[in-house]
Design a protein around this ligand. Structure first.
Ligand code: ATP
Length: 238
């Protein structure tokens, strides 16, 4: 079967500055791929290009058999690609329930949106307990859960997740990554995630793609990146 996502020689940046240069990799259906690399390597830029927030200057992004070039963000979302940005984007003035319902706005079928909402509450019971709390009353971990939950209400096929552990205590990070694993087991969701917390992410991902100054330096199974000391020293610096 063709990969769910195929990134082919993608070049992209801000104005005249290219941040990503000829980046190529694939993500298979059901796979969890971690995008790794130093600060400024271009990880966030890559996710922004994939979700249509940035326009590539060259190369192709093929998602579920179709070229995403020139497709507006809302259409990308409707095709099942959800992006949870760094910093989470929870609306602080709205309640947990209202934030989650926002995620279902683009669902054509209201009944299905209600079912998806109930599933999110079942999966994330801390959110069910705080349904009526507004965004700014939540802890960092709860806000991350809410951002993730909101993306899931749209029932994505591919989830792009930017630094889910940012600013969270190790215990909460482990909880979020554990949730992601449960979610994948349950739904077969495909995940592409950016994470600074390399050790933790390699324990949940299937494969790692290492970016270095905007280029793919290495793509390898997560287990190899975890266990091969030489490889880890050379590409991940620890
Ligand atoms: P970090 O882990 O620090 O978030 P990253 O690998 O996600 O790093 P990016 O955020 O993609 O890296 O940034 C890659 C490069 O693009 C950096 O040199 C950064 O300064 C630059 N950059 C990021 N956002 C913009 C922007 N809006 N305008 C101009 N340059 C930007």
């Amino acid at each position: 079967m063709a990969p769910l996502l195929e990134v082919d020689e993608l070049t992209c940046g801000y104005g005249p500055v290219s941040v990503l240069r000829e980046v190529s990799f694939t993500v298979e259906r059901g796979e969890c791929v971690a995008v790794l690399g130093a600060n400024g390597a271009g990880k966030t830029t890559l996710l922004r290009a994939l979700s249509g927030l940035l326009r590539p200057t060259a190369g192709r992004i093929v998602y579920d058999g179709a070229d995403l070039r020139g497709v507006p963000v809302e259409k990308v979302v409707r095709r099942g690609l959800a992006h949870v940005p760094e910093g989470r984007g929870v609306v602080a003035e709205l309640t947990v329930d209202e934030n989650l319902r926002l995620g279902g706005l683009w669902r054509p079928d209201r009944k299905d949106a209600r079912t998806a909402l109930a599933e999110v509450y079942e999966l994330f019971d801390p959110l069910a307990r705080r349904k009526g709390s507004v965004g700014h009353q939540l802890s960092g971990g709860e806000r991350q859960m809410l951002a993730l939950g909101r993306a899931l209400v749209a029932r994505p096929t591919l989830l792009l997740l930017d630094e889910p552990s940012l600013g969270l205590a190790p215990r909460v990070t482990a909880q979020i990554l554990g949730l992601l694993t449960r979610l994948r087991e349950r739904t077969g969701l495909t995940v592409l995630l950016v994470e600074q917390n390399v050790r933790s992410v390699l324990s949940v991902a299937d494969r790692g793609v290492v970016l270095s100054v905007g280029r793919v330096a290495l793509s390898a199974p997560a287990a190899r990146l975890r266990d091969d000391d030489d490889l880890r020293h050379a590409y991940l610096g620890f």
